[in-house]
Design a protein around this ligand. Structure first.
Ligand code: ADP
Length: 284
């Protein structure tokens, strides 16, 4: 995939990963111990995510999306198959700060101000030849997330949605080659969610990061992605893969177009089929 040239640099590009598969899962399986038995969360999952690609994983609730992301992030170890990030184990990738993980709820340091939360971790995590994030970039990020007036405020004074925006900006400030995002916009109101989606697209375009994104929103998946992988109900298996052929850059208003609706309909059908839902005349 060719990354589009930046036309609005919020943040400097990070080091590009080499071309080829950046995230690669082979025969991936994972189960959890529950009441003395093993609950199978994922089974035989194979996929690849190329350098600079934006790939979304979607599926019914409880199908193993978060498990998949936690495996990619090295927070869990698979009990079958393997997953690699840039050819390394996720644990090694974690050590060398190859990826940033954006969780569903904000994880900010409560004793630091918003600005300090954005600057401190990127300073500590300087690795792979990446320099410190400049004041100008931090200011641009603060403005992009609409929190410049709150730069010197502690997280406790912010709403949950505002904290999540800081959490996102911090992931961007880290400039990781790979961003793993677990429903990062789920807790935001509709207007903020839409703004953050377009901000993510801007930052992704500027940095050329590889993104693995989890959502249960069909519209979000279509708006953001190059490809969408659909998981079945638990245990999660890959049941469909859709290429989103909408032109980039994707601008506000794109959601109203016929092409967008065609994609959402196709994805909805794939998701219904993955969840075992069928709509026949007898269903009505
Ligand atoms: P999703 O993100 O698609 O909603 P998850 O990956 O969170 O799904 O969970 C997949 C399945 O694994 C669910 O049935 C969930 O209850 C179970 N699960 C997730 N984490 C654990 C855990 N730590 N212990 C036991 N079961 C878990």
């Amino acid at each position: 995939m060719t990354v589009q040239p930046a036309n609005r640099g919020i943040i400097e590009p990070m080091q590009r990963s080499p071309e080829g598969a950046v995230v690669e899962a082979t025969g991936l399986g994972m189960s959890y111990p529950v009441n003395g038995r093993r609950l199978q969360a994922l089974a035989e999952v194979d996929f690849e995510v190329g350098a600079g690609e934006f790939v979304t994983i979607i599926g019914p609730s409880g199908c193993g999306k978060s498990t998949l992301l936690r495996l990619a992030g090295g927070l869990l170890k698979p009990d079958r198959g393997s997953i690699t990030v840039d050819g390394d184990s996720p644990k090694a990738g974690r050590r060398s700060k190859k990826f940033g993980l954006v969780p569903q709820s904000p994880a900010l340091l409560p004793w630091l101000t918003v600005r300090e939360n954005l600057t401190l971790l990127p300073k500590v995590n300087r690795s792979q030849g990446r320099g410190p994030v400049g004041d100008g970039e931090i200011q641009a990020l603060l403005e992009a997330i609409g929190l410049a007036p709150f730069a010197d405020t502690l997280p406790s004074a912010l709403s949950g949605g505002m904290q999540q925006r800081v959490s996102l900006a911090r992931a961007f400030a880290l400039r990781p080659p790979v961003l793993l995002m677990d429903e990062p916009f789920a807790a935001l109101d509709e207007i903020t969610r839409s703004q953050m989606r377009f901000l993510l697209l801007d930052v992704w375009r500027d940095t050329g990061a590889t993104v693995v994104f989890v959502t249960h929103s069909i519209e979000e998946a279509v708006l953001l992605s190059d490809r969408v992988l659909v998981l079945t109900a638990r245990p999660g298996r890959l049941s469909a893969e859709l290429t989103i052929k909408l032109d980039r850059p994707r601008l506000r208003g794109i959601e109203d177009g016929d092409e967008f609706h065609r994609h959402t309909s196709e994805l909805r059908a794939a998701l219904n089929s993955a969840a075992g839902v069928s709509f026949s005349p007898e269903d009505r």
